[in-house]
Design a protein around this ligand. Structure first.
Ligand SMILES: Nc1nc2c(c(=O)[nH]1)N[C@H]1C(S)=C(S)[C@@H](COP(=O)(O)O)O[C@H]1N2
Ligand SMILES: [Mo]
Length: 450
């Protein structure tokens, strides 16, 4: 069993006094006057918030009487030397899926996407994927080694301390990281109730680090012969991944120590991890300790046995690293409940490992009709993009879907399209369109359309 699905309280708590007929009226008005009028009318008619007089008549003390916090002395500065979220937000947590993995060290925790705004994942809520537990590594003892598979490939093998790395010019960029196994439980059928569990192996941060290109130049890399790199983690899982030199030469691959303005969190690889934008999480090697330059792919366990896609004909597709274009509606989403009909802002996330999100379409009728969602700026390269659509729920069952298109023109597939090519026995790289069923009761659940 899963723990009670986490709700985004503020989103589910419906404004009082929704006037249902008004919502229907608003949809009609939209057709006549366009979107701006639609929004104005929808808000006016749906009475989101109460006029002062009505609130006073309802005897609502929260605004009419001074509260304790207006009368007493607040807590002093430095009560929290490192600030934390409000105690009222304690339900917003990473969660693990019970029974998903036999041990808590080789396991995963999911980010609460349904409770997050914008595109940045707070560092304390970043999803975690460890193959052999996490460590709080002493940065003064940490080293990064660069070597070649033979002496001619890398003329000056080098070892860097953290201090040495942090003296070098750095760049900061916003990127998503998604585990290749994200949504992996859903291949055959609906497996989990909330978007935290269906899509929560996804996070987005501003990462800071040194371009790997620079380090390779310092070490005298032979870029003609040295077309592959091996990245090795410092934990006991022996995690190694082949990184094609083409990716590094784009200048995007970072040897990163920063995450959202501070040092990486220990769970996310402190003090050093590889950032490989657009590529599945497993290549973002944590506790990064060594990079070897070679002239062929390494065929490590984490790219031949693991992280390979089982195809319908029984063969394994290997080195499928790029996270294709994908999206999910996070509000409202599985496990939440619409408390009343009326205005409801639909919001979600879209991303592509190949570039920028060009467009997101949203359907409320299971894919029969689509409307273009608003993309919230900034729309960045290989980064989460927040989209939104104004919707007036008329109280009848609805099937919510989002479908993203990236700037290569790639369109996120339906389950039918994805399964036609990939079958149902895969674990990795499920980027199908997600469907949430809104029932007449307002309850939202995870469904798949045949
Ligand atoms: N050293 C090391 N690096 C690692 C892993 C690991 O177990 N050990 N897990 C990988 C996998 S499969 C993923 S999806 C990402 C997860 O990164 P996060 O824990 O910061 O979310 O780290 C990758 N890098
Ligand atoms: Mo992963």
């Amino acid at each position: 069993m899963h723990p009670a699905p986490l709700s985004a309280g503020h989103l589910q708590r419906a404004p009082e006094n929704f006037l249902d007929a008004a919502g229907v009226q608003a949809v009609r008005t939209e057709a006549r006057h366009g979107r701006r009028d639609f929004i104005r009318q929808a808000f006016a008619a749906a009475a989101v918030g109460l006029p002062l007089q009505a609130r006073a008549q309802a005897g609502d003390p929260a605004i009419l009487q001074p509260q304790a916090h207006a009368l007493g002395l607040g807590r002093p500065v430095l009560s929290e030397a490192y600030g934390r979220p409000s105690r009222f937000e304690a339900a917003v947590q990473r969660r693990a899926s019970p029974g998903l993995t036999p041990t808590p060290q080789s396991s995963v925790s999911f980010a609460p996407l349904q409770s997050l705004f914008g595109i940045v994942t707070p560092s304390g809520l970043h999803f975690e994927r460890h193959h052999q537990g996490w460590w709080d590594v002493d940065p003064t003892q940490h080293r990064l080694m660069l070597n070649g598979s033979d002496e001619r490939l890398l003329r000056r093998p080098m070892v860097f301390t953290m201090d040495e790395l942090m003296r070098l010019p750095s760049v900061s960029r916003f990127h998503f990281i998604e585990c290749g196994a994200n949504t992996g439980m859903e291949w055959g059928n609906v497996a989990v109730p909330t978007c935290q569990y269906t899509h929560g192996m996804l996070s987005c941060s501003e990462f800071t680090g040194v371009p790997l290109n620079l380090l390779l130049d310092m070490a005298g890399a032979d870029r003609r012969r040295g077309r592959y790199l091996l990245a090795e983690g410092g934990d006991g899982s022996g995690l190694t991944r082949t990184i094609p030199m083409e990716l590094v030469e784009r200048g995007e691959v970072l040897v990163a120590y920063g995450q959202n303005g501070e040092m990486l969190r220990p769970e996310n690889g402190y003090p050093l991890r590889l950032v490989v934008p657009g590529v599945q999480g497993v290549s973002w090697v944590k506790y990064l300790r060594r990079i070897e330059l070679g002239d062929q792919p390494y065929g490590s366990k984490d790219e031949t046995l693991q992280y390979a896609d089982l195809m319908p004909d029984g063969r394994l597709r290997q080195y499928t690293s790029v996270q294709e274009c994908k999206s999910v509606i996070t509000q409202p989403s599985g496990g939440q409940r619409l408390l009343d009909r009326g205005f409801c802002a639909i919001s979600g996330l879209a991303w592509s490992g190949r570039g920028r999100v060009r467009r997101v379409d949203v359907s409320v009728d299971g894919g029969q009709n689509w409307r273009a969602a608003r993309l919230q700026t900034p729309v960045l390269d290989k980064c989460l993009t927040r989209f939104g659509l104004d919707w007036v729920w008329d109280g009848s069952p609805a099937l919510l879907q989002s479908r993203a298109v990236d700037d290569t023109g790639y369109v996120q597939p339906t389950y039918r399209q994805l399964r036609a090519r990939r079958g149902t026995r895969s674990v990795y790289h499920n980027n199908a369109v997600q469907t949430w069923l809104v029932q007449a009761s307002g309850e939202v659940s995870n469904v798949q359309l045949a």
